[in-house]
Ligand binder design. Structure first.
Ligand code: PMP
Length: 364
């Protein structure tokens, strides 16, 4: 069928319809260049105008201070799990990780190869449903940085504010893959923010790193060139061939977010969508359940289970028939998960909650 569905996938994920249409209209020939963006030299003036505009728009959106560098890289957020310790520490340096879900857990495991990470708190024994009170955290003053995952995509746990790093350089590093550009963020509180694009801002293949300039240039000698922030910063993300088309798509998304009035407006829409979905779950008398502590529930990824778990397959099948797809929870946790990123329209969430209420009425 040629009809679009409401795609609740965690990533790659739904993109704004007007962005897709604009890309379609420019796919064959980009603005008088005689060719598609996919065919352009990454060093030609047309592509340079695309990457420069994408960066300028992202700087506007997040109000990125001038002493921060923006990089458009490859390798996904997963590659940053290694790049961060390689660029910020020596092999014997201690670092602190706060682990609130499986992505933070993966990050610390990778860091173990390149420095001496210490997990200062883990939510694992409580099935990753919480974020601790920051006062109680025992941070190491000698740590090179404190790492958090701002939004755990699988478990649906999101930081609503951020711990103050107590290490001597005061460096906080955040994986924002799944809530990047979903709300305003004070970039100056972070040493590094990084995110794979494929949830909120574009197709897979682009990884965005926002890094304070004074953290660039200290990579361990064994660091591969492709992981060295200085190489990419000195070459304005054009050291090698970048993911050109993906960067172009991210640029269209940034433009669209600015047109919507910026991240404060975007956050309002995201809060509204999350509210109606969580309210439906909480008002279901236990038919649906979200395990995450209320104060840290994600605005982006909403995991929920059915009290009658044998109905889960039926729920997913019926929803798909009504053009709501990818509602199955991550294989590691089961249940359902609705990812409601920026590009998910309110109408998609309204349709989902209407379906949930109807499904409950039929199966209660
Ligand atoms: N961190 C988070 C929070 C994620 O959600 C993901 C992807 N689901 C990753 C890291 C890994 O990203 P990538 O697949 O881009 O390497």
């Amino acid at each position: 069928s040629q009809e679009r569905v409401f795609n609740f996938a965690a990533g790659p994920a739904i993109l704004p319809e007007n962005v897709l249409k604009k890309a379609e209209s420019e796919l064959y020939i980009w603005r008088g260049s005689g060719m598609s963006v996919m065919e352009m030299s990454h060093r030609g003036k047309d592509f340079l105008s695309i990457i420069e505009k994408a960066e300028a728009d992202l700087r506007k959106l997040l109000n990125i201070p001038s002493d921060y560098t923006v990089l458009f890289l490859q390798g996904g957020a997963t590659t940053q799990f290694a790049a961060i310790p390689l660029n910020l520490c020596n092999p014997e340096d201690p670092v602190d990780y706060l682990v609130t879900g499986s992505w933070g857990d993966k990050a610390v495991k990778e860091a173990q190869k390149f420095c001496k990470p210490n997990v200062i708190w883990s939510g694992k024994s409580e099935k990753y449903t919480k974020i601790p009170s920051f006062d109680a955290l025992e941070q190491n003053p000698d740590a090179k940085y404190l790492h958090i995952c701002a939004n755990e995509t699988i478990h649906g746990v999101e930081f609503k504010n951020y711990p103050i790093p107590k290490n001597k350089d005061g460096i906080l590093v955040a994986d924002m893959s799944s809530n990047f550009c979903s709300k305003p963020v004070d970039v100056s509180k972070f040493g590094i923010i990084y995110a794979g694009a494929q949830k909120n801002v574009g197709p897979s293949g682009v990884t965005i790193v926002i890094i304070k300039n004074d953290l660039i240039g200290n990579a361990q000698p064994i660091t591969p060139e492709m992981l060295d922030y200085k190489i990419h910063a000195d070459n304005k993300s054009l050291y090698n061939t970048p993911p050109c088309y993906g960067i172009y798509m991210c640029g269209l998304v940034f433009e669209d977010l600015l047109d919507q009035g910026g991240l404060e407006e975007v956050q309002k829409k995201n809060m509204k969508k999350a509210e109606i979905l969580y309210n439906t779950i909480d008002a279901s008398n236990g038919f649906y359940r979200c395990p995450v502590e209320k104060s840290v529930r994600s605005l982006m990824n909403v995991p929920f289970t059915l009290e009658k778990s044998d109905l889960e397959a039926e729920f997913i099948k019926e929803a798909a028939k009504e053009k709501m797809v990818q509602l199955k929870g991550h294989r590691s946790v089961g249940g359902m998960r609705a990812s409601i990123y920026n590009a998910m329209p309110l109408a998609g969430v309204e349709k989902l909650v209407a379906f949930m209420k109807d499904f409950q009425a039929r199966h209660a």
